[in-house]
Ligand binder design. Sequence first.
Ligand code: GAL
Length: 941
Amino acid sequence: MRRLLAVFLVLLCVLLGAPAGVGAAAHEVTYDRYSLKVDGERLVLQSAEFHYFRLPSPELWRDVLEKFRAAGFNAVSIYFSWAYHSPKPGVYDFTGVRDVDRLLRTARQAGLYVIARPGPYINAESTGGGLPAWVKTVPGRARSSAPGYQAAYREWLHRINPIIARHQVTDGGPVILYNAENEYQVNTDAAYMQDIQDQARAAGIDVPITTNDCCDAGSWSSTWATGPGAVQIPGVDDYPQSFECASPEVWGPWGEGLTERLRDDIPVFAAEYQAGAIDLGNAGYDRCRELTGPAYMKYFYKNNLVTTGATMFSYYMGYGGTNWGWLAQPNDVYTSYDYGAAITEARQLTPKYDEFKRQSYFLEAVAPLAKTDPLTSPAVPDNPALTTTARANPDTGTQFVLVKHADRAATGTDDATLDWAAPDGRHRVPVRVKGRDAHVLVAGYDLGAQRLVLSTSEIMTHALIGGRDVAVLYGTAGSPGATILRYGSRPVVKVLEGDVRASYTGGDLRLDYTHDGLARVLVTGGGRRPLLLLLGTDETAAGFWRAETGSGPVLVRGTELVRSASASGDTLRLAADTAGGPVEAFAGPAVRRLRIGTEDVRVARTPSGSLLGATRVPEPVRLPALTGWRSRAEAPEAAPGFDDSRWTVADHTTTVSPHPPKTLPVLYADDYGYHYGNVWYRGHFTAAGSETRIDLNAVTGLRGNYLVWLNGRYLGSAAGGVEADSGDASTPPNPDPGPGHFDIPAGVLKPGADNVISVLVANMGHNDDWIADDLRFKQPRGLVAATVGGTPISWRIQGSPGTDPLRGPLNNGGLYGERTGWHLPTYPDKSWKAASSELPPGVTWLRTAFRLDLPKGQDAPVGLRFGGDPSPAYRVQIFLNGWNVGQYGGDIGPQRDFVLPAGLLDEHGTNTIALAVTAEQAVAGPGPISLFTYGNVRQGR
Ligand code: GAL
């Protein structure tokens, strides 16, 4: 009975289009030197990274994960951010936007395996590298087995591990691998690494444990291969293009990015392979997308596949998302974590997505790729600019020949004739590979019921549809192609479309053509089942979507996306995004009708046997202008009479921070439980009368600042201290930005009486702990020194008064408006005055509301755009319906457009935008501010 049930469930996943192992039945995960196996079936793991904490809208998780699956990824790699779930020791939240149970269920429904990466340390340019800021106050080095840290990280693992454990493949869930720690490479502690794994096993994690080793596998994966801390499948991270997006033409500054084989008993695992970049030079993410664009992907990914023989890939990132709230690590990123990924922050598909689709479909369709050995190249080009490397499957003999062209020489050509000793015979065939490109060509392959002798077109996918094999092959537009197929007798060749020449000799049918548009060739007879060969270019091939139905796969082109398909009776039903124009579906002959979402599409049958119709263009989207801004200045904390008696007294004389304070008391915000966003200080002193100057020193993280008042008089601002993440252990971070000197203007000091210094310090987020040295991570935030002559000062501090139960610990800091709810949609702002464009120094809030009614059934992501030039003199915290969706201005980054994600944005109702503007001087405020859309499709579900 159980067996029957298991068979039924496996069938169900096949019907739903999931890879065989992603389903409700229990499966076994094993591996050998070639690949992972699920229930003994080999698998090329094709994964991309996704951070749920960078998309605070669970409904959109589904959209992104379905887009992953539709690109042919069979897995998603997910960091779990400890900081995102834990505002303080012992307190954890896994509800709402933090509901990772839902996330893992969504991944399974989307048909994806999951590589679970719960850290405890994750890096990811996220605040503290994923460590909650409260860990900064825990004694003992983070990322070691020091007792204080050990108690802390076990607390996290004891909560996250059981959630991951109940979603494992071995229990019918999607989790196929568990990754311990992150690039744990210097200052290592084997006992810590071992304990993470012991904790996982104790929680019932029984899938293989992996690691992602940094920097060409330099560290423990070799030395610890068998000792304490060693994992089952160590993997390697590679970022060959580096992160300088301003120079996208630079090619592989960090090497070829070939993922090393670490051990003979495990597959080669590209644990993080570069698929985008952080924008270190503030060039904008479109440049990062260029730096890591299709040319790079073709050359580097295919090189890694064939030269290395890797069968486990995880691309960082597939979708980057948003550093909303105070999620960003301050040194390397700004609000957008778009990453130049294949899917943009606003969930739009890019040419990189197309390239992933071409490659991922290939990996999924051509099974012999999961087990290959290196082979002396059987294909020799007669042009030295082109080189070949090869592998073959030892069981089937199928050859995979990589033809690459490193760079275009000034005088060289891209063309060659390949002299190819293929398993079924030797042939001379033309090939063209332009500079910075690579093609994987296949020979000796059972393509469905066909025998592919070889092709100089690349295989995208093939499927048995309606009793015939349908294959999509492609090549660079304008390049020559040759495909040779073997038959028992002369087949009938019918060229349905395009210019394809056929010849038949000695059992070989040879087709010669130029890649141009989409050629269609129907081959029947010859002792095999019929073959419909679709010969496309990169562009036309990318237009195809493949989906599985209960009665087999279908291919669709002309839609913006196909999420899933089902066939019943004579109707093919697609869940697909469309934007108008022709749509074509290749399904069995029984299918005569096409339905996309809830709409019937009128179709006619084509000579290729497919159905052809047209989709409707989406309704245009009308967005309101943002008008009616109201404003209110805040910062009552600056006024001498402000009641701070309920603020926290800052009187500590010791700290666990490795950075000693320059003056006492210790004023580090973390030490008083204020970890994120802005923090206020009020220092009282009885003036001797001789004080002339206030000397302050604050550490804020990159691009932070602080503003200072004395007795209500604004004295000015200064840049906060920083630490750039140099990654160099020999250069300790410098917590000392140099003091800010604030002269006391005449008449402001009150000798013999209570004087009040008010300081507003921005905390831009917490450094990561990349080299596990604690110095970087435990760098304080807030004031590190404060003197006013020699006069003693007594201090109080106030940050965020608590955690927003819906929006979580990273949403708010301690601005007066935040403490009073001015960012919330429900706040009554009627009494606020109409906003003027001039802002005084200090904090001013601007609010407006707008109504939306976007066309139903369409996906038109909305953004907020700041026109004009931002001033370095102000910084803006942007709240959408209370959610802190970004930081603008203040030289924080080049970003002017901010995504307002559906879910946080009410697409059919009233929305509130609140801007908290901190100005260092009187300045014209930001603007003009408008709404815009990133795209617009009909979403047929
Ligand atoms: C890797 C790290 C990731 C991320 C990436 C750069 O070294 O493991 O978490 O930081 O670099 O974006």
